[in-house]
Design a protein around this ligand. Structure first.
Ligand code: TXA
Ligand code: MG
Length: 376
């Protein structure tokens, strides 16, 4: 940890000897100004990317934007650098990391076998919000895969992320840039709030496009299985792959159960309480009946509400104890705003969050999955 010299005033007020005082250092917050679809970044952005690539090459951590959520990146081939990710997040060593690659050929350097299904999925959805679980090459450090024989690979579509992987000339291990189990960050300020002085640099590219983490597809089983639902749906995968795809909701145990012979394959991050705000969150089919009782019990309530125009909502919204947040009816828009809403409400000192249940359709699978885990 860096230190700085200050002149402390002693109890007697006359001891002016400089002594080193250890202060937590704040990360460099570098603004990225590189709209998608434009050729090259401006000079300040190019310099920030070069500095970030240097830090990564030196074994340091950098928080990076992606099209899904912000990630906490380190050189995937450097076990000491990867160990810092686990440390900064407080992540159990049993939960493997996703490795980000610039293209399919970099992916193939990290695998012992590139299954047909992975090849088809990469051709259809890379670069993009799809992570493929495949057999790992020996060169991938065990710490990345939590000792497992598979590795999760993703090729992000965001120009900034792509450029950073190319500049640093190495695959980047990057879980979401939050403390373990907490809500993933969709802005640089969320990263700052959650990890602050635990990291050296954050690249600030504004809010993420999707706002929910990538779909994770296990390509080592037949049929391939979704371990974590995300922006790429089971239907889209089935159509592109020309095969049945096991969706995480189609089995009684849900995501991550019995996906393959390797125990680590069970995507631990999809089994536990996860994506949870600090404020206790409850999913409700009938919030207008639940909330009055909570108010009566002296609670201050935040309500993620799907039908703000209802009379019952209008009545409850007049209570100073209730903060109503109207949520979008479109699943992609809901996904984009969910984590930002949870981060914001966590700052309000509320006692409870009540979230209206979302509709049952497959287009809501990813949102439903995150809400269920946040409510555990
Ligand atoms: O969108 C995303 O995927 C973001 C951005 C930063 O790319 N990353 C992300 O990483 O969400 P993380 O670590 O928060 O979630 C990775 C998930 C976890 O549930 C983990 O258990 C699972 O992927 N996973 C990683 N490696 C795996 C493997 N070899 N087999 C099965 N599941 C794996
Ligand atoms: Mg995560």
């Amino acid at each position: 940890m860096p230190s700085c010299s200050v002149f402390p005033v002693s109890a007697t007020g006359n001891d002016m000897t400089p002594v080193p005082v250890h202060r937590p250092a704040l990360p460099i917050l570098a603004t990225i100004n590189w709209p998608e679809g434009t050729g090259t970044p401006d000079p300040a952005t190019a310099a920030a990317l070069t500095a970030a690539a240097e830090k990564l090459a030196n074994g340091q951590l950098v928080a990076i934007p992606t099209e899904t959520v912000y990630g906490l990146a380190a050189d995937a081939m450097d076990p000491d650098a990867v160990a810092q990710i686990f440390h900064a997040k407080g992540r159990p060593a049993t939960n493997p990391l996703i490795v980000h690659v610039s293209d399919e050929s970099m992916a193939q350097t990290l695998v012992s076998q590139w299954p047909d299904i992975a090849q088809k999925a990469a051709a259809a959805f890379w670069p993009g919000p799809l992570t493929l679980v495949v057999p790992k090459a020996d060169a991938v450090p065990d710490i990345v895969t939590a000792g497992g024989r598979t590795v999760a690979l993703r090729c992000p579509s965001l120009n900034v992320t792509h450029q950073l992987i190319k500049l640093s000339q190495r695959p980047l291990a990057a879980p979401s840039a939050n403390r373990s189990e907490a809500v993933s960050p969709t802005t640089a300020h969320h990263v700052l709030e959650g990890l602050g002085n635990r990291i050296g640099m954050i690249l600030d590219n504004g809010p993420c496009e999707h706002g929910l983490e990538s779909t994770v597809l296990d390509c080592t089983v037949d049929p391939p299985k979704i371990l974590r639902p995300g922006p790429i749906s089971a239907e889209q995968l089935a159509e592109a792959l020309g095969t049945n795809v096991c969706s995480s909701e189609s089995e009684p145990g849900g995501a991550g159960q019995g996906s393959a012979a390797d125990t680590v394959l069970r995507s631990p991050g999809t089994q536990q309480r996860h994506y949870a705000p600090r404020t206790q969150l409850t999913l409700s089919e009938d919030a207008p009946s639940v909330i009055p009782q909570l108010i009566q019990d002296g609670h201050r309530v935040g309500w993620l509400c799907n039908s703000p125009e209802d009379n019952a909502v209008q009545t409850l919204a007049t209570s100073p104890e209730v903060l109503v947040v109207p949520m979008p009816n479109d699943p992609a828009a809901y996904a984009r705003s969910l984590y930002a809403t949870l981060h914001a409400l966590d700052q309000r000192g509320l006692d409870r969050l009540i979230v209206d249940d979302v509709p049952p359709g497959p287009e809501w699978a990813a949102v439903r999955d995150r809400l269920k885990r946040a409510a555990m």
